[in-house]
Design a protein around this ligand. Sequence first.
Ligand SMILES: NC(=O)c1ccc[n+]([C@@H]2O[C@H](COP(=O)([O-])OP(=O)(O)OC[C@H]3O[C@@H](n4cnc5c(N)ncnc54)[C@H](OP(=O)(O)O)[C@@H]3O)[C@@H](O)[C@H]2O)c1
Length: 320
Amino acid sequence: MATWSEADIPSQEGRLAIVTGGNSGLGWFTTLGLARAGAEVVVATRSERKAGESMDRIRSIVPGASVRFESLDLASLTSIRSFTERMDRLARVDLLVNNAGVMFVPRRQLTEDGFERQFGTNYLGPFALTLGLLPTLLRSSAPRVTTVTSSAAKGGKKRIAFEDLQWDHSYAHYAAYCQSKLADLMFALELARRSAAAGLPLISTACHPGVARTNLQSSGRGGPPNAGFRLILHFIAQDAEDGAKSILRAATDPAATSGSFYGPDRGMKGDPVLCPPYAPALDLPARAKLWDTSEQLTGARWKVPLEARPTPTAPRMAAA
Ligand SMILES: NC(=O)c1ccc[n+]([C@@H]2O[C@H](COP(=O)([O-])OP(=O)(O)OC[C@H]3O[C@@H](n4cnc5c(N)ncnc54)[C@H](OP(=O)(O)O)[C@@H]3O)[C@@H](O)[C@H]2O)c1
């Protein structure tokens, strides 16, 4: 099969996309790729200053690019609610890319709502955001949600530790990151399953970027990686632009089916291809439990708006 490249992105003219964390790293290249293909892109992130600078860089590459900033802090349910209310005033949103995240926060920290920071920012925030945006997404004729997970979803405890979900008892920065990214993959697959069961046109895809050189390796840790880690990154990682290809493919490939998962063909780097989802994410009872727990924790609810429900097909006439 021919290699997938950004040139394969079909025109996104007329589509409105939201990219969380669109100001940095993989999110920035995702925003660039979508804007280049003609989409209107909302850069949803915390800092207006950083978003402004990142959008200026996009406009210098794509003159006339339609990009704008909207404030969103995924570590705050209040901020998420305010964001989804503002987005609900739009005619529709066609694509949500759940990209923003933090990694390896050294000591246990809590979000505004008392969630462990990696679980809260990387998973519970995007969960509440997606469910809050559902009515707006379902006003699109081809709605899609793409969630960025990580090969780290295979690491750590390799399961959701429901007995200590917020790491009150045994915080480990690596395992906490792994769990948050496993939860992302479980969410993307469960969203696909529920949408299909409800007869909704929503496509939910997941992706992982391999290992890419971005701010992720320093932001959560609160400083640059040490020399050893930098050396490892030099050999195993790819550029952010290449890492973003899995996201762009999962977000735009017309052939992508709901529940599909994309990642680099050589694991840590390479061209974006379909991958089998990691085994723990296929555990249906664990997915259901995670979903219910997340609804309780965030107050977000899976509620299909009346107008989005498929009309039942007329009963077949009995043969005369
Ligand atoms: N890079 C990799 O090798 C790799 C591998 C696997 C998975 N991933 C995943 O890829 C995604 C993007 O990461 P990246 O590598 O591009 O890292 P990055 O350059 O650090 O970008 C992370 C983005 O998330 C934003 N963010 C962090 N906390 C937020 C919050 N509370 N609310 C809203 N936005 C927030 C950051 O905003 P600020 O600029 O304001 O901090 C930034 O825009 C993450 O989900 C990460 O887990 C990355």
